[in-house]
Design a protein around this ligand. Structure first.
Ligand SMILES: C[S@@+](CC[C@H](N)C(=O)[O-])C[C@H]1O[C@@H](n2cnc3c(N)ncnc32)[C@H](O)[C@@H]1O
Length: 257
């Protein structure tokens, strides 16, 4: 083997000394090939940038966790009465709460409020809590709702009695809007028709009935024929996706002169 020259030896030594100053890491560049790179020094002199501010995601409160747990329990005990897989999403609730009566003094009846997602959306929209009457068949859900919304009249009762309940609790016979989460399609046909007839009777002329359904293809519900069909909105961000139907009670015909 040829003896290396002193200049070459010196260069090799300098290179070894230089590389020994930093710790080395092998970076693979191409398969089979490797190169040496110095690791960053252990104590960095460059100040680290502040970590990005963490986005605050609201955690579910124990209240909403409790009502969801109760809702699921009720779904398992009475599937036909509940007619849902999960509570309505806030988007569905917001779409339902869009239609408030023009006159703020009119009463609004909420049927089947369940966990209160729609109740909350109605109040957030500006409805005065004392103008809302919520009728919920499950006594457990009704009790939880009353605790959560102390100013709202929450009645543990049957939607089929809405006219008597409205009169008994407010002295009024008519309401400006009915917002319903009732699972009408899983009701026996006779009950479905009875409830929709009562909604028709209780509404003021021009009043709105808002109903959500998981049946996204049919716009008429048994008993909805005396209403004018007004609008529909699909809400895909819900489990399962839903449709909000809005019917309007036909205005009374103008008196003949
Ligand atoms: C689809 S769930 C309610 C969904 C609600 N928006 C929520 O997110 O919790 C239907 C609700 O209607 C109630 N319900 C069923 N039949 C009823 C009746 N005849 N009268 C009043 N409430 C009734 C059930 O107890 C249940 O809470």
């Amino acid at each position: 083997m040829a003896k290396s020259r002193p200049v070459t030896q010196l260069l090799r030594r300098l290179a070894t000394l230089f590389l020994a100053k930093g710790r080395k890491k092998i970076i693979k560049t191409q398969p089979g090939k490797a190169c040496l790179a110095a690791w960053p020094p252990l104590v960095s002199k460059v100040p680290r940038p502040n970590p990005p501010a963490r986005k605050l995601v609201p955690r579910p409160t124990s209240e909403s966790t409790d009502s969801t747990a109760l809702f699921i329990q009720e779904c398992l005990r009475k599937p036909a009465q509940m007619g849902a897989l999960a509570p309505s999403s806030p988007r569905l609730a917001k779409a339902m709460a869009h239609w408030l009566p023009e006159d703020p003094k009119d009463y609004v009846i909420e049927l089947g409020p369940g966990t209160g997602v729609v109740t909350e959306a109605l109040l957030a929209r500006g409805l005065c809590p004392t103008r809302l009457l919520a009728i919920e068949k499950s006594p457990e859900l009704a009790a939880m709702l009353q605790k959560r919304f102390p100013q709202v009249r929450v009645i543990a009762g049957d939607a089929g009695e809405m006219d008597a309940l409205l009169h008994q609790h407010t002295g009024e016979r008519r309401a400006g809007a009915v917002i319903s989460s009732l699972p009408l399609r899983s009701f026996p046909k006779e009950l479905e028709t009875r409830v929709t007839r009562k909604i028709h009777e209780i509404l003021k002329p021009g009043g709105c009935w808002v109903q959500f359904t998981y049946h996204t293809y049919k716009r008429w519900i048994n008993g909805s024929q005396p209403f004018d069909f007004h609008s529909t909105k699909y809400v895909f961000w819900n489990l399962p996706p839903a449709r909000v139907l809005r019917y309007k009670k036909k205005s009374a015909p103008a008196p003949v002169k």
